[in-house]
Design a protein around this ligand. Sequence first.
Ligand code: ADP
Ligand code: MG
Length: 220
Amino acid sequence: MIGVGMNLEQFANFIHDYAQRLEALKDTLNELDNRIGDGDHGTNMARGFHTAQQQLQAKSPEDLGAACNVVAMALLGSVGGASGPLYGTIFMKLGGALKNLAQADIEQLIEGLQAAKTGIIERGKAQFGDKTMLDVWEPTLEYVTAHSCDEELLQAVMVARIAALETRDRVAKKGRAAYLGPRSAGTCDPGSVSSGLFFEVLISAWRGGVETIPWETLVL
Ligand code: ADP
Ligand code: MG
């Protein structure tokens, strides 16, 4: 693939934009988590990525691997609950794949995201369909791996969006929502929504031209 990739500046923009969008979506994510969990997913994510962004600015890492590690450490240090270790693992694995790179091409990024997905599974032991963030990671990465040319990449945002919304009707098998059993159906999984937003903002940082998804109105 030519032209699509990510350098340090784009990575910093990604973290900055993701932190901002999470702050704006905080109440919505908390409301989803309130319905099927303990109501803190928005607060957790907004706090974690705000800290990550500040740490990135303060430490000015020199390559993508180091930048991912700064984000991972910030998330592990500032977010409790399930999502801190899970998103921390995502950036730790991504950092391993992008070690010493000032710039990554699409293949390297996809390799890093695959490693991140494997990390989510190793840590959380969830399967696709369990109503966790994996329900978004699995189909979105499958799509991105098969369709990594520039134009098609844009469609990956749509895949992530649909995948997040499809968690609504599922019964949770992992995480706090699983305690509700069948009563967990009817609400979108908050971690799937924050992951859908992750892919929206990430792909926007890769290649631009991504239309903003109105998550607030779609998920509530
Ligand atoms: P907590 O559940 O500890 O309060 P958060 O509310 O921040 O943590 O995050 C909840 C989200 O974490 C869920 O919506 C789900 O997507 C994700 N999650 C929970 N458990 C798992 C797991 N075992 N594997 C993958 N993702 C999980
Ligand atoms: Mg919670």
